[in-house]
Design a binder for this molecule. Structure first.
Ligand code: ASP
Ligand code: MG
Length: 413
């Protein structure tokens, strides 16, 4: 007998028909194998957006504690509905909210981090033979305030619960049948990746492949929880995400990700002296705004430009904060550009193969795509480009690196 955590996303939970005829069936078939089953669910598709819009129709910058109070409710509805469906089909189940399931977080409302999970209640119900259905996306602070874990946070709930319960598997059921070499809506001959490492998935997730929330992969990596991304609507094996092994470095580029969800902020004509960058980025950190890429231009006559990217969601706040700092430090001004995109290629094989960056830049140049910012790590290369070229860039890079072919048949560089 195994302990299995299953997570179902918003599309899977999107209607009563899907909850009863798809999701409940996947849960029941796992239970029928004799396994203990814990299920983590997202809100029904579109529900979280609807709740956020309700809040934003009152104010653009709401009190985040109460924002979470509203936005967390979507998951309570879907968890309850699934549990009712299971019971109705003759399989005893119980629905638990984040606080009932013992999920403690910090106080960073709208993007809280899980600190610990007290699994006593979950285990109690499992011992009674029940299927335990838990709300994703939410937790509770020490003071009993409801928090949410950031968009897509149910993935993290699922992995954290799997880690805390020492589960044998964590299956992430979604509306796609795995992780692809690129978004199949952009590249029709993108391929499903059969196996990849936590590190590659972490890069792909943080670079905009929306299959899994980044924190869920960090969690899985830290606690070595094997993750399988698979479809609610098919029987495929999906994509397995696990620890790196020696065969994985043979593939140079595992996948391409793109992200239109960032904005670029440029502080113009900043005095080029020690401590200035710290002022800007400390102020952003104090406001809990994560910064992604940072580029500082070569200094001319004692002045320089500093550009960085933040999530579009944070852009208005980041612009306001940066303008204030810019005044204090005597910079000329602040420019914000929301019409950018980040396109990135990822693969463990980049560690041991030269010439990958050259090929990326050559390919983009050939199609007249200007690169605005570049950043690299051992296993990825990211370029910020004009948003309107996103799809073209993904397609031509996919072709250049032959990602439409089986991993073993691709030419080396
Ligand atoms: N319902 C939340 C969202 O839409 C959390 C999740 O789906 O994972 O972001
Ligand atoms: Mg999701």
């Amino acid at each position: 007998m195994a302990l299995v955590v299953q997570k179902f996303g918003g599309t899977s939970m999107g209607s009563i028909d899907r909850i009863v005829n798809r999701v409940a069936q996947k849960v029941i078939s796992e239970k029928k194998k004799g396994n203990d089953v814990v299920v983590v669910v997202s809100a029904m598709a579109g529900e979280t957006d609807r709740l956020i819009n309700l809040v934003k129709s009152i104010t653009e910058e709401p009190n985040e504690r109460d924002m979470d109070f509203v936005v967390s409710t979507g998951e309570q509805v879907s968890a309850g509905l699934l549990s009712i469906a299971l019971n109705n089909l003759g399989f005893p189940a119980v629905a638990l909210s984040g606080w009932q399931a013992g999920i403690r977080t910090d106080r960073a409302f709208t993007k809280a981090r899980i600190l610990s999970i007290n699994t006593d209640k979950i285990k109690e119900y499992l011992n009674e033979g029940k299927i335990v259905v838990i709300t994703g996306f939410q937790g509770i602070t020490e003071n009993g305030e409801v928090t949410t874990l950031g968009r897509g946070g149910s993935d993290t709930s699922a992995v954290a619960i799997a880690a805390a319960l020492n589960a044998d598997r964590c299956d992430i059921y979604t509306d796609v049948d795995g992780v692809y070499t690129a978004d199949p809506r952009i590249v029709p001959d993108a391929r499903r990746i059969p196996v990849l490492s936590y590190e590659e998935m972490l890069e792909l997730a943080s670079l905009g492949a929306k299959v899994l929330q980044i924190r869920s992969v960090e969690f899985a990596m830290k606690y070595r929880v094997p993750l399988r991304v698979r479809s609610t609507f098919a029987e495929d094996e999906g994509t397995l995400i696990k620890e790196e092994d020696e065969t994985m470095e043979r593939v140079i580029v595992r996948g391409i990700a793109h992200n239109k969800n960032e904005a670029r902020i440029t502080v113009e004509r900043v005095p080029d002296k020690p401590g200035i960058a710290a002022k800007i980025f400390d102020a952003l950190a104090d406001a809990n705004i994560p910064v992604d890429m940072i580029v500082q231009n070569v200094s001319v006559d004692g002045f320089t430009d500093i550009s960085f990217t933040v999530e579009k969601n944070d852009a208005s706040k980041a612009e306001r904060i940066t303008k204030k700092v810019a005044e204090e430090i005597g910079a000329r001004g602040v420019i914000r550009d929301d019409k950018i995109a980040k396109v990135s290629i990822v693969g463990l094989g980049m560690r041991s193969h030269a010439g990958v960056a050259g090929k990326v830049f050559e390919t983009l140049a050939k199609y007249g795509i200007n690169i605005l910012m570049i950043s690299t790590s051992e296993i990825k290369i990211s370029c910020i480009i004009d948003e309107k070229f996103t799809e073209l860039a993904v397609r031509v890079l996919h072709e250049a690196f032959e990602l439409d072919k089986d991993e073993k048949e691709r030419a080396l560089i």
